[in-house]
Write a protein that binds this ligand. Structure first.
Ligand SMILES: Cc1cc2nc3c(=O)[nH]c(=O)nc-3n(C[C@H](O)[C@H](O)[C@H](O)COP(=O)(O)O)c2cc1C
Length: 332
């Protein structure tokens, strides 16, 4: 199927977060309260087409249970976008990752929003928003589309502008015949320092309605609950809502009614235990260092007496074995 037409309205998406939304964390969210779509972390197509490929494949790893996963790509060279899109669409990349026949990504997304200095200096990600880079953005979209050749949907995730809000960017993007467009409602310059400008999404929606009524529009920025997302989707006429950092406060953020605040310390620790066990089983070659787990610790070890002290002990662990035994001692 080459579109996302089967999704409910509004649909919910777990935001791509580098070094956070790997297959392990996505499987945790799949088991708590899953959204309708997941994204991989962003992965560089130029790196994937270089000798550095084996190291980057960890960012695309997934398991057969992950049946609604969109691969997010970034990079500079259109021919590399085309080649990787081809490998995703024909399933060969999924086979390389060890997935059985029939298991594949459900779409490809292009990152045109990451504000990091190194990416911007290279002219990639949010630098593509700049008017002078629009030809390159068009070439990247066209090359990816050629690689997919109608086999999987194509989408873009971006921001409201580079230094300032720039609706010409949306006039451009919405003339590209995308299946989906996700807008993080801040400019690149704003990084994450100001509240998201949801009001601007009304204008983007009007451009979408005029130029590309078939392109699904997804809003993103500061959403902390499913209910809040539903209200924003209704207010601004959006098809979907993407939530990122909201999962740090509530792993059940996509639930109709989240009862996370009622989950006992023991159950919280047991969810962290599952995360650590899965991490150890998945990244057996040390592909991800142990400190990667520290950013998750606060999700689970939070909201009860002595949680801070326990976190400090857990975050000093040097191996997953040590971490698991600390969790077991704390759970007794
Ligand atoms: C740690 C972290 C890593 C991120 N990595 C990516 C990424 O790989 N690709 C991407 O498009 N956005 C990335 N983002 C941006 C998020 O997808 C999202 O747009 C942003 O956090 C705003 O949404 P939120 O307020 O719901 O978190 C990242 C954000 C964070 C906090």
């Amino acid at each position: 199927m080459s579109s996302y037409s089967g999704l409910p309205k509004p649909f919910f998406v777990l935001a791509p977060m580098d070094d956070v939304t790997d297959t392990v964390f996505r499987q945790i969210i799949l088991s708590t309260a899953p959204p309708n779509l997941f994204f991989t972390e962003f992965v560089n197509v130029d790196g994937l087409m270089s000798p550095g490929r084996p190291k980057l494949l960890k960012k695309l790893r997934f398991v057969p249970d992950e049946t609604s996963l969109v691969a997010q790509l970034w990079g500079l060279r259109p021919e590399n976008f085309r080649a990787i899109a081809e490998q995703i669409a024909d399933g060969s990349l999924a086979r390389e990752l060890g997935l059985p026949d029939g298991c594949n990504f459900v779409g490809v997304d292009l990152n045109m929003g990451c504000p990091a200095k190194s990416e911007v200096q290279n002219g990639t990600c949010s630098a593509l928003i700049k008017p002078e880079n629009r030809d390159l953005a068009a070439d990247i979209i066209a090359a990816t589309r050629a690689g997919l050749s109608g086999r999987l949907p194509l989408s873009v995730k971006t921001r409201l502008g580079f230094s300032q809000i720039d609706m010409s960017w949306f006039e451009f993007l919405l003339a590209q015949n995308l299946d989906m467009l996700t807008v993080h409602a801040r400019t690149r310059k704003e990084m994450s320092k100001v509240p998201a400008h949801w009001d601007e999404l009304r204008i983007v929606r009007e451009i979408r309605d005029r130029l590309a009524p078939a392109t699904l529009l997804v809003g993103n920025g500061d959403v902390e609950s499913r209910q809040q997302g539903e209200e924003l989707a209704r207010e601004y006429g959006l098809d979907g809502i993407m939530i990122g950092r909201g999962v740090f406060h509530d792993p059940y953020v996509f639930a109709t009614t989240s009862l996370w605040h009622e989950v006992s310390p023991k159950e919280r620790l047991s969810l962290y235990r599952r995360h650590v066990e899965m991490f150890a089983a998945t990244w057996q070659e040390g592909e991800r260092p142990i400190p990667t787990l520290n950013k998750f610790c606060k999700i689970y070890v939070n909201g009860f007496d002595d949680a801070k002290e326990l976190r400090e002990r857990l975050m000093a662990a040097e191996s997953t074995t040590e971490l698991l035994s600390l969790i077991d001692n704390a759970s007794q």
